[in-house]
Design a binder for this molecule. Structure first.
Ligand SMILES: [Zn+2]
Length: 191
């Protein structure tokens, strides 16, 4: 991968982070995530309620409660997050295995969890667990970053001048550095 080519984006954090269109796009994206999670929460209890005259209702209720708790926990965490700036000092993954038993077989599911270690400008060492590999792949060790909680936990690079792609602050889709707006959701790109 040739990362040496300058894409013409000047150094510095974007002045667009308070752009109302970007904030509106990020809120809309978050609402969609919440709706999907609420639907997933309702599925176990609804299915178990009709299955064999409600024999498994308690299991469904427990599963739905776990999903609901995860949703509430996610939203609380999101609301208390504060913006910061710092340097990425490390990035790594951890593997987790989940075992589920059935009458006939045992299945093992592997989940990869992505982490960033960031030293903030005020000297704190932060370990940030990521929802997926999007920012794990985008950021490199040594990158100066700004964290935007209002943009659904967006990590913006100070130096985007050698990026082969930029991440949309609303839908997190990949875009060419030449784009002024996201090709997926049409929200302005943070540059
Ligand atoms: Zn987008």
């Amino acid at each position: 991968m040739d990362c040496s080519k300058n894409n013409g984006i000047s150094l510095g954090f974007s002045k667009r982070s308070d752009n109302p269109e970007i904030l509106k796009g990020a809120r809309k994206f978050e609402r969609i995530v919440i709706i999907i999670m609420l639907v997933l929460t309702a599925i176990p209890i609804s299915v178990c309620a009709v299955l064999e005259n409600g024999k498994y209702l308690i299991i469904g209720a427990i599963l739905s409660s776990i999903f609901l708790f995860a949703l509430v926990f996610r939203e609380c965490k999101r609301l208390i997050q504060k913006p910061f700036e710092g340097i990425v000092t490390d990035k790594y993954v951890k593997e987790k295995y989940y075992t589920s038993k059935n009458e006939n077989f045992i299945s093992r599911t592997r989940k990869i969890i992505y982490y960033l270690r960031i030293k903030t400008n005020d000297g704190k060492e932060l370990i940030r667990k990521l929802d997926n590999d999007r920012f794990y792949n985008y950021l490199n060790i040594g990158d100066k970053v700004r964290f935007h909680p209002k943009l659904n936990g967006y990590y913006e690079k100070y130096d985007k001048s050698h990026d082969e792609y930029l991440i949309c602050p609303s839908c997190l889709g990949e875009n060419s550095p030449k784009n002024d707006r996201c090709t997926h959701c049409n929200v302005p790109i943070l540059k």
